[in-house]
Design a binder for this molecule. Structure first.
Ligand SMILES: Nc1ncnc2c1ncn2[C@@H]1O[C@H](COP(=O)(O)OP(=O)(O)OP(=O)(O)O)[C@@H](O)[C@H]1O
Ligand SMILES: [Mg+2]
Length: 297
């Protein structure tokens, strides 16, 4: 795949899709291709974990298959279900066919009667390998995580009535986690690993500019600088890149060319989403005013 010949080429392709990929992410994605191993991306909320998988699919011009994890997620939602109405219909339609009941029953447990859910769909693609995004794996139960091991290690799944189904084309698998729960060593061993931290100041300026090309540069720098400082303030809900972008969008739509404490106060709800965090913010107002001046020019 030519675009994955170099880290720089990946970065350039991602930039065309409005995503700033640093060296670590670009290298990890090269290795996903080269080693055909899943990539586990961990990091705080709103740093671009989910978006990186979406952009990867766009860049490769392939399908994105997404499995959103949650507590109680089970195999019938994630892998497959039998198409019960279709099975019943088949049994009734073949009642007078002369076939034995045993044969008719065997027929309805074939691939034709499967409803493919994301994981099965991901290993059944014939043309191009898709990107399989297993999003927020830490929200799923440990049992579900254990169930994933076969897929992540061998790119196959076992269906009791059918046997083992192997991937026709190995999907590019990206798992994300916010570390709500510690993941097992067995899962980690089967994956490459990337810790995606909050962006550096320069990277965040670039992210803001790529999403909002018309933004005034001074405003982009002030937002990025201010956000860097806010992230050290021990808030309950530390604002991520998603909040920086919402804030930048809000300021641009209010025709604001630069930051001051009045406009920050008026738009605080786009970056801090917790009452205690607002109180902490207000208790530090003097320091924050000083921070703002640092990014004036
Ligand atoms: N490096 C980046 N380049 C461009 N946009 C970015 C980058 N990082 C984050 N974003 C943007 O920030 C927003 C949040 O990203 P995303 O939803 O992928 O975060 P996340 O890490 O999956 O968060 P969560 O843990 O809350 O699900 C998206 O709009 C995304 O496009
Ligand atoms: Mg996400």
């Amino acid at each position: 795949m030519p675009i994955f010949d170099s880290t720089q080429a990946i970065q350039a392709s991602f930039a065309k899709h409005n995503y700033i990929a640093d060296d670590k992410l670009a290298t990890a994605l090269r290795l996903v291709m080269a080693l055909q191993k899943p990539l586990l991306v961990e990091g705080p909320a709103g740093v671009g974990k989910t978006a990186s998988a979406k952009v990867l699919a766009d860049v490769l011009g392939t399908k994105l298959i997404r499995l959103q994890c949650y507590e109680g997620l089970d195999t019938s939602t994630a892998l497959y279900e039998w198409n019960y109405p279709k099975q019943m219909l088949h049994i009734r339609l073949t009642e007078n066919s002369g076939e034995s009941l045993k044969d008719r029953e065997a027929a309805i447990f074939s691939e034709e009667f499967l409803l493919r859910r994301p994981l099965l769909e991901a290993i059944s693609q014939l043309d191009k390998p898709p990107v399989l995004l297993i999003d927020e794996i830490d929200r799923a139960d440990e049992e579900f995580e254990a169930f994933l091991l076969e897929l992540l290690g061998e790119f196959q799944v076992t269906i009791p009535e059918l046997g083992t189904l192997k991937a026709k084309n190995r999907p590019y698998v990206i798992l994300t986690s916010n570390r709500i729960r510690e993941l097992s060593d067995a899962l980690r061993r089967r994956c490459l690993y990337l810790w995606q931290a909050y962006p550096s100041f320069d990277k965040e300026v670039s992210i803001i500019q790529t999403h909002l090309p018309d933004i005034n540069e001074q405003l982009a720098r002030q937002i990025a600088g201010f956000m860097q400082h806010l992230r050290d303030m021990h808030f309950n809900k530390v604002p991520g890149v998603a909040e920086s972008l919402d804030w930048a969008q809000a300021l641009v739509s209010l025709h604001q060319g630069k930051l001051d404490m009045t406009i920050i106060e008026a738009t605080l709800g786009t970056i801090l989403k917790d009452q205690e965090d607002w109180d902490l913010f207000h208790s530090q107002q003097k320091t924050l005013e000083h921070v703002l001046q640092t990014y004036e020019s």
